[in-house]
Design a protein around this ligand. Sequence first.
Ligand code: AMP
Ligand code: GLY
Length: 424
Amino acid sequence: MNILILGSGGREHAIAWKLNQSPKLSKLFIAPGNAGTAKIGKNIPIGVNDFESVKKSVLSESIDMLIVGPEDPLVNGIHDFFLNDPELKNIAVIGPQKAAATLEGSKEFAKEFLFRHNIPTAAYQSFTSDNLIEGYAFLETLKPPYVLKADGLAAGKGVLILNDLQEAKDELKTMLIDAKFGSASATVVIEEFLAGIELSVFVLTDGQGYKVLPTAKDYKRIGEGDTGLNTGGMGAISPVPFVNEEFLEKVHKRIIKPTIEGLNKDQLPYKGFIFIGLIKVGDDPFVIEYNVRLGDPETEVVIPRIKNDLVELFTAVAAGKLNSIELEIDERTATTVMLVSGGYPQAYNKGIEIKGIDQVDEESIVFHAGTQLKEQKILTNGGRVMAITSFGKNFREGLNKSYQNIDKIHFDNMYYRKDLGFDL
Ligand code: AMP
Ligand code: GLY
């Protein structure tokens, strides 16, 4: 089978790495990919939202399956584009159609879905510029901190958490009237604040059948002790050590099952990953958000723990036969540490040579993210540069192996968090 993966991050390298272990894989393509994916497949230099160019490559390279990494092309309807094209309609696509991808594309849509299907989540109301005054009044009924969310995709930056009522009102106005996040904040969801510990669960579904994949926790802040600006993610751990069977059972019964049933009741076809962001309040799980893809860097710890052949799993998803497969999960803990460019998540330089990757021993896996191959050299090409994944009996052992191997890697202004797991 010939497979094309859309995307260029650590998530896509991890998926490529795993697919490459399957005897069922013939040729692997990644668009646009990075220096890591270039070593195991063929990178195609096209953008993930350039559907016409994706179509050309699918036809010219005889691709049988498309795996969509990031949310953007899903929310823009790439799956529907394939279904509506006579030449593409029989190509398997892993990733939901546009209607279901709206669970990530619109926070208001996701909240309505959660309430309609009685899935635990924070109380909310949504507002537009037409009812700004009602928005102020709703804020006055809440206790601080105040949670304001741009309805649409805002590259992970659209959520504001504010302690001061006046500041919350001012920000609401800036989002609605001054388009702080462009059209993404034309609608704003205001939520009750939930205090607890965050974690994520990942589900793979063919629409009816589903498999619950390992849990993971990521570290979003740039600074040690979870301080400073939000990033895409500075590292991750799987499984989440504070999650026990009893809690997982609650997540299954109260959240995962009603989510799949809700997709069916609402006639939202779904073949792909569901990434459910949760918050554990006391001993109870609440949904913070749905994402319609895998997380990054969570993928770099979740995928290595799956023992099944990934081509087989995806083929079963495409055929609607996921229930016939038994999922096998590695019991060990996987950890990953993200190496980033100095300055990230603000301004940083690109094109810096990375040295020492070949010194990394077999205890760790190097997943490339923002890297680029140029004249045999590996150069930085983004804020998050690479994720170093290791297994251990527990997260400490895994992290130690990653940190030992990171000592062998170097690029100017390299930064990473040395305190992952500090809160566990
Ligand atoms: P989201 O983009 O919806 O995942 O929100 C980004 C981050 O804001 C989450 O990872 C949480 O840390 C925080 N957050 C979102 N909603 C809430 C809430 N209702 N209560 C507390 N924290 C929240
Ligand atoms: N690590 C969070 C995300 O992928 O959205």
